[in-house]
Write a protein that binds this ligand. Structure first.
Ligand SMILES: [Zn+2]
Ligand SMILES: [Zn+2]
Length: 63
């Protein structure tokens, strides 16, 4: 029963532009599904669909 592991890569949080905020748990970056893409709903600005990270499919939001 091998589960396919998703690949994630770090991306700068759009909520704080790397300074650290509650959306990225103070780290300034978030893990997003690889290959990383800007959120199609807000074009990287941050919205409810991307958890205000600005990225498509951030890790954790849908876990
Ligand atoms: Zn942040
Ligand atoms: Zn968005």
């Amino acid at each position: 029963m091998a589960e396919q592991e998703k690949l994630y890569e770090p991306a700068i949080c759009a909520g704080c532009e790397g300074l650290g905020c509650s959306y990225c748990r103070g780290t300034g970056s978030v893990l997003v599904e690889s290959p990383k893409k800007k959120c199609p709903h807000c074009d990287g600005a941050g919205c409810i669909y991307c958890g205000f990270t600005g990225w498509h499919r951030p890790k954790g939001k849908f876990d």
